[in-house]
Structure formats: C-alpha cells, structure tokens
Design a protein around this ligand. Sequence first.
Ligand code: AMP
Length: 282
Amino acid sequence: MQVHNNKRDIKADVAQFLREKKTIGFVPTMGALHDGHLALVQKALTENSVVVVSIFVNPTQFNNPEDLQKYPRTISNDINLLSTISNDIIVFCPTSEEIYGSNPISISYDFCGLEHEMEGKFRSGHFDGVGTVIKHLFEIISPTKAYFGEKDFQQLQIIKKLTEIEKMPVQIVGCPIYREESGLALSSRNKRLTDTQLKEASLIYRTLLEVKNSFGTKSVVSLNEWVTKQFENHPELTLEYFEIAEVSTLKSITKKDKNITYRAFIAVFAGEVRLIDNIALN
Ligand code: AMP
C-alpha cells in the first residue's frame, strides 16, 4: 500500500497514471474510517483503474474548535483497514501545511443558496471550508470520478455545484447511506457516543422512516410537529433541526407539490456529539 504525505509524491503518481490513461477514483475522507467509508472505496475500486483515498481532518470546515480538536484521528488503524480491502489503494494523508501553506483559509463561495440551508444555518463557513479543501484535493489528484456519501447530502449537492463553478472535469458519484443494524447512520463521530447514547440514537432513523412512511398521507406541518414531539424532553437526544426540503434547491417546504422530489433532513445532539441523517421521501 502506497501512503503519501506530500503533494509532490502523489502528483508524480497521478502524472504517471494519466500518461498510462488510467482512470482515477477518489474518495476524500477525514479518517476514523468505518464501513460507510469502505463502501465508497469498494465502489471506486470496481469503477476505476486506480483508487486514491485521502485522510485529512480539514481545519477550515470546523466552525467549532472543540469539535476539530476532539475529531477522532486513527491514521494507522485506517491504513490497516484499507489494506484489508486492497493493497493497490493509494492513501494521501497530508498535513495542513501541504494543503494550505502556513495560512489555512477558505475561499468564499456562492453555491447558489445551497450553502445557506440546514447545515449552513448552524455551521457558519462550513461549506466554504469543504469547497476549498475539495478544490485543492481535486487539483492534486485529478480524479476521473469522486465518491461522496448521501449521508452528507447537502455536501454532495454542493460538491456537484463546486465542480460546475470551478469547471472541474470530474464525475461526482453519490453513494447510499450505510447504517448500523439499529438504523443509525455510521459516522466517525459515533465513536464518541456512550453506550446509552448509541442505543438511543437509533431514534433518529426510526423517526425518518416513519416520516417517509407517512409522507403520502400527512401534511408537512403535522410531520414537523410529530418529529419535534419525538425528541421533546428526551433524556439523551436534543433536536437541532428537522426539515423536509426540495432535493434540487434544499429549500425547506411547508406544503408538498406533486412533481417535486423531497428529502427529510435531521440534526440531533447526543450530549456534545452532533449527528446528522436524511432520507428520500418520494
Ligand atoms: P467524512 O470522513 O465524515 O468526511 O466522510 C467521508 C465521506 O464518507 C463523505 O463523502 C461522507 O458522506 C461519506 N460517509 C460518511 N459516513 C457515511 C455513511 N454512513 N454512509 C455512506 N457514506 C458515508
């Protein structure tokens, strides 16, 4: 397994792949890898001649310094895990200096309003940070296809917009949400949950499923009220937001329209740990 820490080395590999007309699949991650990440890597392996996985906890996308500091970092474990899938994966684990130089700052993007909805309301500057790091990584890796989880659906839509804005010739591939048996979406942050929080957090997916099942017959307003009630006075979980939104604009709605595709989005705190999830409704 090739592991590179600096741009120069990975760019040399990439230049060779491009000369050989190989297709490059790219999976950007922040590490603490789990089966959700590995599903993206597996898909990339089946669709490309070579696969690059980056592991980089990107400082510019954290609006909360404590969240950045506490984000799990398990690099050697991650590399071992990737080697169990394939020894041909190329891992890129840069320092912040390699990506940003001495000054980690974000480019200010206009993602046509996508950045102001949901996560954007609660995590100021987050999507500028995401857009900036992905632009830098795409420039280094020149991927043919890049793989992103629907777990971060808003991010997926924003990355698609980013490639339009930056005119980057890469195909963005969205991948389904990988869940625990309880239904809880796998997340690196789950490692920070207590056993009780982990158990209780399955309420998030159960709630989304119920919303999906009732979407055809109940009004958006009554679904919003019902979800709020599920978390009211909950001993372990606090609802930050629940929204039913149009897939293309991510704007939340209060009334359904027949020919529009919707998704439900939720953010919940379990203690200090922030969990997000979403589900397709129609
Ligand atoms: P992260 O390391 O959290 O930045 O995630 C790296 C990539 O893995 C992103 O595209 C995420 O959307 C994706 N991902 C994270 N968790 C899951 C999951 N449970 N199912 C599918 N994709 C996921």
